[in-house]
Ligand binder design. Structure first.
Ligand code: AMP
Ligand code: MG
Length: 328
């Protein structure tokens, strides 16, 4: 049986309204969605992914009205950040309204809210009229999907419908900002930088998730392809390649186009451009290509600097730590 694929957001909304599970595109990655009106469908999302039930899901809505509908005692900064960045890749963690089911929040008294910047997703959410709880549409712990084909490969017939919106524009998960306690804390870096948030708030934010209480599901080992990921730098690359050659492992290298290993035994995969945004956009696709090409080790030279490069390095560090045997 093959999973139905559509380009029609209204069809996706109908399946969600009937209690189905729909994979849908956002500007970050593809989500695996269930309507908040159907807690049984939300439970199916956890089952399909193999995701532990304590890991909360982000609630997606068509516009800022989700703040009034799904949050309570709203921190004043939430409205300003929503105006500045929604639709866009910023998730706000705020005190939850009672109508948000426990299955979505893992029993917590907060909820993560976001308005995605993707025309099909917004049309679907607008037609549905209720929030959609959605994690990334991949198996738990693995690389997030950035095309409908990736979703099909990972979750195939377990999903009722895939809404195909083409490749995701950003390619990495949203920035998660916790506003439920002061000071505001970034639980996960993403498409909206800490600096951009600080400019709107007019004061500094904490940049790291501080332990499981504030960042459930932010495991060190996550976002991983099958082959171990080894993060290196331009200056260390020669040594890293020599190490791989000595081990005799089929190796892939993901790096900007001006990084040339000069080693025919290494499969080189370049992002489609040299900006950090291009690296973010193509990273998950290239990790999948490295796996599919049979590499048993993946060397990566990530971009330097601030902005989305921070999120690229964050995901690669997690993918690399997933590969360490002592983390399994
Ligand atoms: P995913 O959609 O798979 O990228 O994961 C969503 C992540 O959002 C979770 O693993 C949590 O870390 C985070 N998240 C969602 N809701 C909350 C919340 N209420 N409090 C803290 N973190 C949250
Ligand atoms: Mg995920």
């Amino acid at each position: 049986m093959t999973t139905p694929v559509t380009h029609d957001p209204l069809e996706a909304a109908r399946v969600l309204a009937a209690g189905g599970v729909v994979a849908f595109p956002t500007e970050t990655v593809y989500g695996l969605g269930a309507s908040l009106e159907h807690p049984t469908a939300v439970r199916r999302v956890f089952a399909i992914k193999g995701r532990p039930s304590g890991h909360p899901l982000i609630v997606h809505g068509a516009d800022d009205a989700i703040l009034d509908r799904y949050a309570t005692s709203l921190p004043p900064e939430a409205r300003a950040l929503a105006i500045a960045f929604w639709p866009g890749p910023l998730t706000l963690v705020v005190p939850r309204a009672t109508r948000v089911p426990d299955t979505v929040t893992g029993g917590r008294n907060t909820v993560g809210l976001r308005v995605p910047d993707q025309p099909l997703a917004r049309a679907m959410l607008r037609a549905l009229g209720s929030g959609v709880a959605a994690p990334s549409a991949n198996l738990f712990g693995r690389t997030s999907p950035t095309t409908a084909r990736h979703v099909m490969a990972d979750l195939g017939e377990h999903v009722d419908l895939i809404l195909d919106g083409g490749p995701c524009a950003v390619g990495l998960e949203s920035t998660i900002l916790d506003l439920s306690e002061a000071p505001a804390t970034i639980l996960r870096s993403g498409g909206i930088s800490a600096e951009a948030i600080e400019r709107v708030l007019g004061r500094p934010v904490i940049r790291t998730a501080s332990g499981p209480a504030r960042a459930p599901g932010m495991l060190a080992a996550h976002y991983a392809p099958r082959a171990p990921v080894i993060v290196t730098t331009r200056s260390e690359l020669v040594n890293a390649l020599a190490g791989m050659r000595a081990s005799g492992q089929p190796t892939a290298l993901i790096a900007a186009s001006d990084v040339a290993p000069g080693d025919p035994s290494v499969t080189v995969l370049h992002p489609s451009g040299d900006r950090p945004e291009d690296f973010a956009h193509d990273l998950y696709r290239l990790l999948r290509e490295a796996d599919a090409g049979g590499a048993t080790a993946i060397l990566v030279v990530p971009p330097e600097g601030e902005g989305i490069a921070v999120a690229v390095r964050d995901r690669l560090a997690r993918a690399a730590s997933a590969a360490r045997p002592d983390d399994r």
